[in-house]
Write a protein that binds this ligand. Structure first.
Ligand code: GRF
Length: 209
């Protein structure tokens, strides 16, 4: 069984999408644990309701060393780490130990509106302000940079003139809930290859939710 750890900092709607897709049978994997860098977030409740083990590692208590503690928890226990709205930056040995086994979901079409400081509503504010007509989300591997790892998949949404950042955020979030389970499915089925920093997917046409 393919084992994943999900790291969160907030409401955990992407975590919920993974839970739902496991329960529906779309994903053949198990969530071994949920780790949050904030206490009292709704994502933790979602995990608890489904009997998933949770860890709270508050960022302020682990100014240095948060990544090390996470590494200790997941090392040898999971096949994949999924950053689902996780706001801390992973660094150090975990990036080597889990090379090409950590993924993140970002609410824009990378390489637009990403990088240091680009998270949450700020991403959508920047997209609306720029006047782009298409936005979306990206699931990518995590490397030493910020939002720089190989892109696994992207989904697009239209951006309307009338949109504010909140409207766009909701439209993108719907697509995140499709994209993240799809990416986990592809990985769990061993269908993702990285060649020269680009991702090649085998049997792409079979993927459907
Ligand atoms: C999502 O927009 C995700 O792309 C971003 O943070 C948000 C988390 O939402 N990284 P949720 O906690 O999964 O509801």
């Amino acid at each position: 069984m393919y084992r994943i750890a999900v790291l969160i900092s907030g409401s955990g709607s992407n975590l919920q999408a993974l839970i739902d897709k496991i329960e529906s049978g779309y994903l053949d994997c198990t969530i071994e644990c949920v780790i949050s860098d904030k206490k009292d977030v709704f994502g933790l409740k979602r995990a608890e309701e489904h009997g998933i083990k949770t860890f709270v590692l508050e960022r302020k208590e682990y100014v240095r060393g948060l990544s090390e503690v996470i590494y200790e928890i997941v090392r040898g226990k999971v096949d994949l780490i999924v950053l689902a709205g996780f706001l801390s930056i992973l660094d150090g040995d975990i990036l080597k130990g889990f090379r090409n086994r950590i993924i993140n979901i970002h609410p824009s079409l990378i390489p637009s509106f990403c990088g240091i400081g680009m998270y949450g509503i700020k991403v959508h504010e920047a997209a609306v302000k720029s006047g782009v007509k298409i936005s979306g989300c990206t699931v990518h591997f995590v490397d030493e940079g910020t939002d720089t790892g190989p892109i696994i998949l992207q989904k697009t949404v239209p951006v309307y003139y009338e949109d504010d950042a909140c409207a766009l955020q909701l439209r993108v979030l719907e697509q995140e809930h499709r994209a993240l389970p799809e990416a986990v499915k592809l990985l769990s089925e061993g269908r993702v290859n990285i060649l020269h920093n680009r991702v090649q997917i085998s049997g792409w046409e079979d993927i459907d939710d």
